[in-house]
Design a protein around this ligand. Structure first.
Ligand code: GCB
Length: 849
């Protein structure tokens, strides 16, 4: 091999130009901002419905030195949501559609050297029927939210014009435990007006930096042309394979030189030797061995940043996902920052990546073209990451078709056919552009995918399944899986989404569907896990979602947020995160006491079910320093009913070489007369308890009245519990307001004599403008359940009327959280009785403080 002394005279250079942009929404008032930036980080979370979807203007001056004259210059945008038009010194240099892939424009001829240059970007995130996603359960934050770069390269360089890729593609051949071949296809551009002579030097290094192989090729390039050059390395003997357990990476280094050996351009990339296959009977195989995929989906946004999230925080997500024990990530529903895929290479996480064609397509050629362009950019920009094994292009593409009632049968047939044809084109494109990858598509629970045969297109189908949440029970999952497998025995499948909403402020002693308790979240995740583990044919499961994320139209217990995260929106873990660790991380002994609420309120009894997670089989449980019980873990969980006393209790678990300890601060609610509380809060109309951190009090679960405690009088009306799934203005305690006791006219609280401030919480359940809660599909389409009239009632505390003719629809804004506070003197040991006397319609009550 020849030895070449390299020198760097005119060398390719990339400068990030993120700082000090001017931003305006009207071209009049400008503010200075840095990239990443979005204009929807606040308005997508405020009380007003909707968020600004429209134009945003960005501008910046950049100085380009005179010695840059000989170079070629590109402006690269790593992602702008969702359409960008770029101007340099007033010249329109190009337009790009699609908010999640990178693009660049060559700007050399528009630049002034030794001078300032004015860059302007017009960004548009309005609804555009020709740009996917058209509609989805996440917020489409507008802005320049990934890095902007100025790339300056000598006249000969690795091409930047192949869909903004790096200009080279790594392919593997004959990969096995014995050998592994690497072949690199490079695209080289010559911008000179004469023939050039160049050399490519490629090296493969091992993880320790030792040179393993080296190749060189000299070639000529005609004036103003591009060339494909393929360099094939001989096979490496006994390669170290890449896998989640041992993510061994080699490195590829590429240098392009001129004929004198001056380096013009250089690139490097991870190499990982692995091969992935699916088998409809036996599941997923990596490097010839079965591996059950268990991991998460991820959205890219983050509390208070929108989608403009610093990369350092985003990379932490990947670490947290690895720490959880995941071996797979589905980057949903669009390509995420490339740096994260690199992190997956390094940490050992298999990747499913996809473009955002979600819920429906538009039947136009323009939509098809943008979709194809997007998939090409996606594949070419993400091609070289060894972690990427699955590539997708559609999510629940018949969702709207299944639920929208507006279209005629004929229109529906046409849409099905059009969608199928687009899927087929994208499937073919993906197989062609990304051979050696597994093509995937995610479906929702509906026969349409089977009927249309769209589910037969990809190599692996992902089912997004919400048994036990939107419909049916947790156990129905297995029935569905077996049925699909029996009907389509040749199809490989994965559960690409599952999970209930959960709020760390909510807990339930009898958890149930749709209660947002962490207790139910654990039941569902563990229930799915055991059903998947029992079935070899299921390749695996990716939970929805790694973290809570912004979805502006949602109205759950946290407004504008989809709460199905295993982490909270700020990445503080929910308890189920630890459960995953207990089943997925087997190397080090692990134990964790679930702390659903460390302010514990025990009603009627003085015991509490403590939940403990561990990857061990057994352990010892101590309560207040005394050994209470030897315990066993099943599926990583032990649930033990433990006696606790009023005040602070210490619970400790020991297993193998590890322990965990937690303090529970206990309030016993056994007799309110003899053991009164300074504050008592009741979450009327629900079995869940809700912690209000601002008031510092827990709203206790509702119950029928019994002596010495509190509750509704069951004979005072129908007393039905109702959930009203919308955002309540004027509060952050949606979980108190949304759960309502309807048509119950008397409530009793056995508090001792004294003077009290009593606050009642109300909301009018009938919406003035009924907005559809799209993802709660069953309920959204069931208009028959909507109240047909408003209500008027009188309110009495003991015998005293505190409100006459109470009429929320008349007196308050829509969905307004109402608090009514009055003073009451309780004497003669009569306790407090709240009476709601209906004048018109049914009475409602949400909470009592
Ligand atoms: C789905 C969608 C996802 C939603 C999720 C949910 O099936 O693919 O985008 O966020 O359900 O939470 O309803």
């Amino acid at each position: 091999m020849s030895c070449v002394a390299f020198s760097f005279s005119a060398f390719a250079q990339t400068k990030t130009i993120n700082s000090g942009w001017q931003y305006s929404e009207n071209k009049t008032n400008w503010e200075t901002i840095n990239i990443p930036h979005t204009w929807n980080d606040k308005d997508a979370f405020d009380d007003a419905p909707g968020y600004r979807r429209g134009l945003g203007y960005y501008q910046k001056q950049i100085f380009v030195a005179s010695d840059e004259k000989e170079n070629i210059h590109y402006l690269k945008f790593n992602a702008v949501n969702q359409e960008a038009t770029v101007f340099v010194n007033g010249h329109n240099v190009g337009n790009h559609k699609g908010g999640y892939t990178a693009f660049n424009f060559e700007i050399t001829k528009y630049l002034n050297f030794n001078d300032f240059n004015h860059i302007e970007v017009i960004v548009d995130n309005s609804h555009n029927e020709n740009i996917p996603p058209l509609d989805a359960d996440f917020t489409f934050y507008g802005g320049i939210y990934r890095d902007v770069e100025l790339i300056s390269v000598p006249k000969q360089h690795l091409s930047l014009t192949d869909f903004a890729s790096d200009g080279y593609y790594v392919n593997y051949y004959n990969v096995s435990e014995e050998q592994a071949g690497v072949e690199v296809k490079l695209l080289v551009d010559n911008f000179d007006s004469f023939k050039s002579q160049n050399h490519l030097y490629l090296k493969i290094l091992d993880a320790e930096g030792q040179l393993i192989l080296e190749e060189h090729k000299g070639f000529k390039l005609n004036a103003a042309t591009s060339k494909d050059i393929t360099i094939t390395f001989p096979e490496i003997e006994n390669p170290k394979l890449w896998s989640p357990n041992n993510p061994y990476l080699y490195k590829l280094e590429i240098s392009l030189t001129d004929k004198k050996g001056n380096i013009l351009d250089s690139k490097s990339s991870n190499l990982g030797f692995r091969w992935a296959t699916v088998d409809a009977e036996k599941g997923f195989f990596l490097n010839g061995k079965p591996i059950k995929l268990v991991g998460v989906n991820r959205h890219q946004d983050y509390e208070s940043y929108g989608n403009a999230v610093p990369l350092s925080l985003q990379k932490k997500d990947i670490e947290l996902i690895k720490e959880m024990g995941s071996n797979v990530i589905r980057f949903a529903h669009y390509p995420h920052a490339r740096e994260l895929y690199k992190k997956c290479d390094e940490l050992g996480i298999l990747v499913w990546t996809e473009i955002p064609i979600v819920n429906k397509v538009t039947n136009t050629e323009a939509f098809v073209n943008v979709s194809k362009q997007m998939q090409k950019e996606h594949i070419k920009q993400y091609y070289n990451f060894p972690s990427v094994v699955m590539i997708g292009y559609m999510n629940e593409i018949f969702l709207r078709l299944a639920f929208d009632k507006k279209e005629s049968d004929e229109e529906k047939e046409h849409r099905k056919q059009f969608t199928y044809n687009l899927a087929k084109q994208l499937e073919d494109l993906t197989r062609r552009e990304a051979p050696n990858h597994i093509t995937v598509m995610a479906l929702h629970f509906n026969e349409l995918y089977n009927e249309t045969k769209i589910a037969d297109l990809p190599m692996l189908v992902g089912w997004n399944l919400y048994f036990g949440w939107y419909h049916d029970t947790i156990e129905d999952l297995g029935v569905f899986l077996d049925d699909q497998h029996q009907r389509y025995p040749k199809r490989s499948l994965l559960i690409s989404e599952y999970g209930p909403g959960a709020d760390v402020r909510i807990s339930a002693t009898e958890p149930s569907r749709y209660d947002y308790s962490q207790d139910y979240q654990l039941l569902l995740h563990s229930g799915y896990y055991s059903q998947v583990m029992e079935r070899d044919f299921v390749t695996g499961m990716t939970a929805w979602n790694f973290a809570d994320f912004g979805s502006e139209f949602r109205g759950e217990t946290i407004p504008h947020v989809n709460q199905k995260g295993i982490m909270q929106y700020n990445r503080a873990p929910k308890e189920v995160y630890y459960w995953y660790q207990s089943v997925l991380k087997t190397k080090e002994p692990f134990v964790h006491i679930a702390n659903y609420q460390n302010e514990l309120n025990l009603l009627e009894k003085n015991t509490h079910e403590v939940v403990i997670f561990s990857n061990q089989n057994e352990g010892k449980l101590y309560v207040n320093d005394v050994l209470y019980k030897d315990i066993n873990f099943e599926l990583g969980i032990a649930k033990i009913e433990v006696p606790l006393k009023q005040g602070v209790n210490t619970v400790k678990v020991e297993t193998a070489n590890t322990t965990d300890e937690t303090d529970f601060n206990v309030e016993l609610f056994q007799n309110l007369k003899t053991n009164p509380k300074s504050v008592l809060a009741i979450n009327v109309g629900t079995h869940i308890s809700f912690r209000d951190d601002i008031l510092g009090v827990t709203f206790l679960k509702d119950r029928p009245y019994s002596d010495n405690l509190y509750g509704y009088l069951p004979n005072s009306g129908k007393c039905t519990k109702k959930l009203i799934p919308f955002n309540i203005s004027n509060t952050i305690n949606e979980a108190v307001y949304q759960t309502v006791l309807v048509d119950c006219n008397a409530y009793k609280v056995d508090i001792p004599n004294g003077k009290y401030k009593v606050t009642l919480y109300f909301v009018e359940p009938q919406l003035k403008n009924k907005t559809k809660v799209l993802f709660n599909l069953k309920e959204a389409n069931d208009d028959s359940k909507a109240d047909v009239m408003h209500r008027i009632f009188d309110i009495k505390l003991n015998a005293k009327t505190t409100s006459s003719q109470f009429n929320m629809a008349k007196m308050y804004d829509d969905k307004y959280g109402i608090m009514q506070t009055s003073e009451v003197n309780i004497a003669k040991n009569e306790g407090l009785t709240i009476q709601l006397n209906p004048i018109k319609g049914e009475t409602v009550l949400s909470g009592i403080l």
